[in-house]
Design a protein around this ligand. Structure first.
Ligand code: GSH
Length: 324
């Protein structure tokens, strides 16, 4: 675990002391957009046109943020147009690596690099900042397009429709205010909330993370009692953004990040919704418990110094969801 400073790798853990024991997530630095015709998107530069075979996605099957991009790649029929490289689940002194001694970690398919930081350094030899997944790479310009999953899923949702012929829309114009409102609360208290609880190094910082997390799970349980999905009768980006945290919850966050007031299977509506999304065509293949269980319990020496992987709950995600 570390970061780049002017192109040099420095091995250091998150500085929670600077924020009263609290984990504060860095903002992503690469914010360009692929668009259908190459015109600039909401941020960054233009000239990243949607084309088959041009872009490559670096992911980690363990990471909930990268997982969103894998789900959208599957939902939007992009698997034949955007290829991927997956890092090794262990994130130790060198950060994410392309070691290959774990099933599904098949190395850097483009350059045969050793470390994910090598991709950031290809983009800019003097790069600074955290080396995170996902990373969307442009083969043509030899550049990072984006390392922000929230943006990447919107590109996948809309930019490639003419390439794939898939017009499914998970960010429909009419629901955008509702989606944004749900996203905001879910990001702050659930997606990032589990990390705020888990990486806290003081009781008060933990409390500030874990209490809003469970308040939000109660709120979500209520929403899913009123309608089938988070913002109504159709599945949207808001559901998929929540799903990647929920599928890791009982086996990882509940124990490793001390988010143990309840498990997901204790919430009837949320548990049914989670199974429905897991069973959605193409999604189960993106869910890799082998990677996320190994990653969290093995990589965080400050939380689990002996790297013991607990036996874990037995849950059947293939049971019919009855959400009809
Ligand atoms: N804003 C980013 C966050 C990505 C992120 O934090 N990824 C984690 C893995 S779960 C990471 O690569 N962490 C490495 C680090 O912080 O050094 C996104 O959503 O794409």
């Amino acid at each position: 675990m570390g970061q780049l400073v002017n192109g040099v790798w420095m091995d250091e853990w998150y500085d929670t002391a600077a924020h009263g024991g609290e984990f504060v997530r860095d903002t992503a630095r690469h914010r360009n957009w692929i668009t259908a015709d190459g015109t600039p998107g909401p941020t960054g530069e233009g000239e990243f046109k949607a084309e088959s075979g041009r872009y490559h996605l670096y992911v980690c099957y363990a990471c909930p943020w990268a997982h969103r991009t894998l789900i959208f790649r599957a939902l939007k029929d992009l698997t034949g147009h955007i290829d991927i490289s997956a890092v090794h689940p262990d994130m130790l002194a060198d950060g994410w690596t392309f070691e290959q001694d774990f099933p599904g970690a098949d190395g850097d398919q483009l350059f045969g690099s050793s470390f994910l930081r090598d991709i950031y350094l290809r983009d800019n030899p003097k790069a600074s900042g955290r080396v995170t997944v996902p990373v969307l790479w442009d083969r043509e310009r030899g550049r990072i397009v984006s390392n922000e999953s929230a943006d990447i899923i919107r590109m996948f949702n809309g930019a490639f429709n003419r390439v794939t012929g898939n017009e499914d829309d998970y960010w429909p114009e009419s629901l955008r205010p509702e989606i944004e409102a749900v996203n905001e609360r879910v990001y702050a208290t659930v997606n990032n909330g589990v990390y705020r609880a888990g990486f806290a190094t003081s009781q008060s910082a933990y409390d500030r993370g874990v209490r809003p997390l469970f308040d939000s799970l109660d709120w979500i349980e209520g929403l899913l009692g009123q309608h089938r999905y988070l913002t109504g009768g159709r599945v949207t980006e808001a559901d998929w953004r929540l799903f990647t945290t929920i599928c890791r919850f009982d086996s990882v966050y509940h124990t490793h990040f001390k988010c143990n007031r309840r498990r997901i299977i204790d919430y009837p509506n949320l548990w049914g919704w989670a199974r429905e999304l897991y069973q959605w065509p193409g999604v189960a293949e993106t869910v890799r418990p082998d990677h996320y269980i190994r990653h969290y319990y093995y990589s965080h020496a400050t939380i689990n110094p002996n790297r013991i992987i607990p036996i874990g709950p037995v849950e059947d995600w293939t049971v019919p969801h009855a959400r009809g």
